[in-house]
Design a protein. Sequence first.
Lengths: 153, 732
Amino acid sequence: MAFKLDINGEVHTLDVDADMPLLWAMRDVIGLTGTKFGCGLAQCGACTVHVDGVPTRSCQLPVSDAEGAAITTIEGVTGKVAETVQKVWADLDVPQCGYCQSGQVMAAVALLRENPKPTDEDINGALWGNLCRCATYHRIRAGIHEAAKRLEA
Amino acid sequence: MLNKVIASLDPASLESSRRGFLLGSAAVAGGLLVGLRPASAEATGQTGAAAANPLTGYLHIAPDNKVTILSSQFDMGQGPYHGLATLVVEELGADWSQIDVKGAAGNSNLYGNIVWGGAIQGTGGSTSMATSFDRYRQAGAAAREMLVAAAAETWGVPASEITVGGGKMAHGSGKSATFGQLAELAATMPVPQDVTVKKPSQWTEIGNEKLRRFDSAPKAKGTHPFTIDLKLDGMLTAVVAHPPKFGARVKSFDGTEALKVRGVTDVVEIPRGLAVVADNMWAAIKGRQALTVEWDESGAETRGSKEILAAYRAKAGQPPQANARKEGDSAAAMASAAKTIEATYEFPYLAHAAMEPLNAVARRNADGTLEVWGGHQIPDIYQGISASIAGIKPEQVTMHVMKTGGGFGRRAVGDGDVIAEAVSVAKAIGFRAPVKVQWTREDDMRGGRYRPAYVHHFKAGLDAEGKLVAWENHIVGQSIVQGTPFEGLIQNGVDGTSVEGASNIPYNIPNISVGLTTTDVRVPVLWWRAVGSTHTAYAVESFLDEVAAEAGRDPYGFRMALLKDHPRHAAVLRLAAEKAGWDTPAPKGRFRGLALHESFSSVVAHVAEISMENGLPKVHKVTVAVDCGIAINPDTIRAQMEGGTGFGLGSILAEELTLVKGEVEQGNYDTYTPLRIDAMPHVEVHIVPSTNKPTGVGEPGVPSIGPAVANAIAAAGGRRIRVLPMSKAFGA
């Protein structure tokens, strides 16, 4: 079946099974590999993308349900909040292996767009679903606070 | 890993290996390549290693001014690429914007791990900085001398008048050139045979607090390539159905339905299971679901972890099979002690559960050579395995070392599991296409190679003054190295990886016996970040706290009194205690615990500050002190202590891999539960200033957080957690 997916402002027409998760459609068919596979069960957040602005686990979203939505991936996330978060991530050396960080950045950007001055509790709540096996959580929290500070200035 | 060898690490051994190297260089396609090669195979204890290949080396300077460092060390996230780059930039005088680092492999003469004796290339045991400290500084210094010689000749000025910095050479006359401009000429200059590296007082990169990792930005943008992201022309993706019980094999199968799934191209049997090959991952997963397989379980492990641990508890009460350490007469000392204390500690199997599930890619080229991409933690061994499966010579196999999404020891496996699978599947389809084998999370969780389960039995004796006079520790569990290429590490019946951290405790106790009983269980096990110290630190440091309490002593003062012969350990513990305010009362409702541990030649102390909330422990603040020798990258050291603390904390709180009738119960992160952000404490790291050769930080941040938390919980309510994970005790 053919599906039309709007990803990062570009429409891709894919002839794939309706149940193929958006994650694998992006990675294996379209070639957008910035979004990572970690669990396939919405347990780790490595595959987080924005669907109409809402952070969503792409491993659990079949292409048939992704049609008609505006999907943004780590490759296409733009704007002041995203740029600030990504800059802070490098300035504070947040990543270690980096594998989960696409998802962490997407979750952090969504949080800061909703809540420009999140508390530790807000961060813990919003990013609870994003596992980091290197446990960079300490710097993720610091990074979000620093990004909030820079965005306020 | 390879703890026996690592235990021998000292500055003198590094010095002698340094002297064993001569410099070599080569002019390659328009640039300068500098490598060091051993003076002879004998000098570094190497046998049968291939001759140094002039087209491989340590760094390459291209005419476009790019400096590419070829890393002997595999980067699974802890930052060795950045560490090696720091060493090279320091000596070469390069600018960070020029720098890239690539994994290298295929020449143990160049890349053999010096701390392990130099014979094979490998990453582990937190050795990356120790093996690289001299090697990569010398490579940088040699390249710099050759660039200066080229500039001196070009400009007709004495080399001594040329300054180097920021990727440029300059002379007082106003002449200047980039590295790239003179790289080709530099390659023709004589190779310095005895380079002088900078004095510590001249360092601007090593020890620089402001330096940040050169590779963070791409990771924040999702452009950092991992093995899972690799796409070769015509590549197929395979998933493998593994037997549900360890040791089982395929008896029969029917792939008819699998082959009907759109995108599935092949169903093939390989030695490790059944592979479903497809155009994409989703098709492969669906194809595997449609497989019918019957397994031959005649050789399989059929016990559950409950039965395995019950057997261990029974053995722990018996005399040990082998002695790991024996000083004085602990039995006699116990008999005459004023008071004896006994306790048993239990540790479950643990999964590495790195974020990037295991994978590898194999391709046979038209000329019969093979290329294998993956997280090659021990590339020489994987090269041999790949060659053997493909039926070619090892030198016909190129190993591409990819950066990887975590590892924690899981990618150093003697039988090369996922790498063997990739080559086997490619072979099974006649090498007609490149093949990526990609494990799912469930494959990764159930694919074996766990931190072994262990039971520790302790007995301690106190004299009438409350002095610790006798210590007995019996450890029961599986050997990690038995039946692997590293089996030679077992000495006198003792696998050092089972007892490290318990047999070498720094405390001055006159009568001490540490024994080991190695069990025969067919659950595959492996080194797991910090290896033996993942259980020995918890057991020893918790039990020592129990003993201190029985003696009526403060845990800090009790330890310090036992550390009189170990000033390095005492200094680390003192720093952590001072910075945590140990001698001042904790805030209301807060309780502190501390622990000290040496692993991989680094010494770390943790002080944890906790509260009990609704009967459950909450860790608020952690103070860490670390002595890892010269601090090459202070910020990376902090990051490793922070991450190691979180990794270790998660493991003791709620990580447990269980088996029922030989089958693993957990499959994903919903049932196997590493630390999440809400449980991450605030971590403060203090580095002990040192002029000793660097040791490592990838693992040493892990061991002592667990017992520090356990000791704080005991301080909060007297409850002593002796069975991990803690979630069992708290019913969470």
